[in-house]
Design a protein around this ligand. Structure first.
Ligand code: ZN
Length: 147
């Protein structure tokens, strides 16, 4: 295993053990419960949207390390971001986990900890695990669309 792969693995294991933004968000404006039947992962995502900005987010989950770590890293990445910025992040993440872009170690730095999931593109079932939280977020944002 390369140093970079080892680093990515340790980031994932670390977030799985000590997930960020883990727990309940009492004043959430939208909640989503979703499942990834391919692996059995489950997530409860709670977000607070103020006008166009995600001002707070928390989650709880059951399932594999990849799904929990991805949710943890996602919550860190999206807090304080606008819908458009989140959409942009989702696109970047999606290209990364599906292998559409293969960043060099240098370029990978731009992705922050999301880069840890660049290795999952080789494992289609893991792509679903890594993407679950993001799909849940997309659905949540659609539900909370201003009317
Ligand atoms: Zn999983």
């Amino acid at each position: 295993m390369s140093d970079l792969q080892e680093l990515y693995q340790s980031i994932i294991l670390d977030h799985n053990r000590r997930p960020k933004n883990y727990g309940a968000l009492d004043d959430a404006t939208v909640r989503r419960q979703d499942r990834n039947p391919a692996c059995g992962d489950e997530i409860l995502l709670e977000i607070k949207v103020d006008h166009d900005v995600i001002t707070d987010v928390k989650f709880t989950s059951e399932g594999c390390a990849v799904s929990r770590a991805s949710a943890s890293i996602m919550t860190q990445a999206i807090k304080g971001k606008s819908r458009d910025e989140v959409e942009q992040l989702f696109r970047q993440f999606h290209e990364l986990v599906t292998g559409k872009v293969k960043p060099t170690p240098q370029e990978a730095r731009d992705y922050g900890e999301m880069a840890a999931f660049s290795g999952v593109s080789r494992f289609p079932i893991r792509v679903k695990c890594a993407s679950m939280a993001w799909h849940s977020l997309q659905a949540a944002l659609r539900e909370s669309a201003p009317v």
